[in-house]
Ligand binder design. Structure first.
Ligand SMILES: Nc1nc2c(c(=O)[nH]1)N[C@H]1C(S)=C(S)[C@@H](COP(=O)(O)O)O[C@H]1N2
Ligand SMILES: [Mo]
Length: 191
């Protein structure tokens, strides 16, 4: 995306552009070798699964051009994210109609939560690459969640488990005062 394109694009309220992608997390940056990589998808689903790297790679690939909006006010525009859509992943397990929320768990102990509809938004994916390059370890590689319709704290790095649930359970930042809803266009930052 050119600078001119970025400047003419409307940003959510209170956001400013960054050129370089900042690194933000709790500080513990797990290194997950591909041979150990595993994703558990379970909870209120018909067929829980464990995917290894080969199984993940075998799923249909998707690419999405999407922006990042961090609650600390930086926005990164126009990245091309490649990976497996959340819809494709959900198809593998057939969530129960009673499953209304998704709780995401990561290797560093981080957790975050959202309604199933938000998790399954058409631009949502588990990404293994950005702009054609593997997601670096400090940004949550080999695989991180990317949910462009929500503030970036909902996009868990180093994802290890997707848990479909009948009940909502606040995640790490949601328990510490961040908004449960997190829509940047409605400026749902805190509370
Ligand atoms: N596993 C994990 N995921 C996480 C976090 C974290 O601490 N651990 N921090 C969140 C927050 S607050 C932000 S702003 C983004 C930052 O992602 P980045 O470091 O790739 O920019 O990751 C989100 N996902
Ligand atoms: Mo954040």
């Amino acid at each position: 995306m050119t600078r001119a394109d970025q400047d003419s694009k409307p940003l959510p309220p209170g956001q400013r552009l960054v050129e370089k992608w900042p690194v933000l997390d709790l500080g513990d940056r797990p290194v997950v070798p591909l041979q150990d990589w595993n994703l558990r998808i379970d909870g209120a689903v018909s067929t829980p699964i464990d995917l290894d790297w080969r199984g993940f790679q075998a799923l249909p690939e998707c690419s999405v051009t999407a922006d990042v909006h961090c609650v600390t006010s930086w926005s990164l525009l126009g990245s091309v994210w490649t990976g497996v859509s959340t819809a494709t992943l959900a198809e593998q397990v057939s969530p129960s109609p009673k499953a209304r929320f998704v709780l995401i768990k990561s290797h560093d102990g981080y957790t975050t939560n959202m309604p199933v509809e938000r998790f399954l938004a058409p631009d949502s994916l588990l990404a293994s690459a950005r702009n054609g390059e593997a997601i670096p370890a400090e940004h949550g590689g080999p695989v991180r969640v990317v949910l462009p319709s929500l503030y970036f704290w909902k996009s868990a790095k180093w994802v290890r488990r997707l848990f479909f649930s009948e009940t909502d359970e606040p995640g790490y930042w949601e328990r510490r005062g961040y908004s449960n809803d997190a829509d940047p266009w409605k400026e749902q930052r805190y509370g």
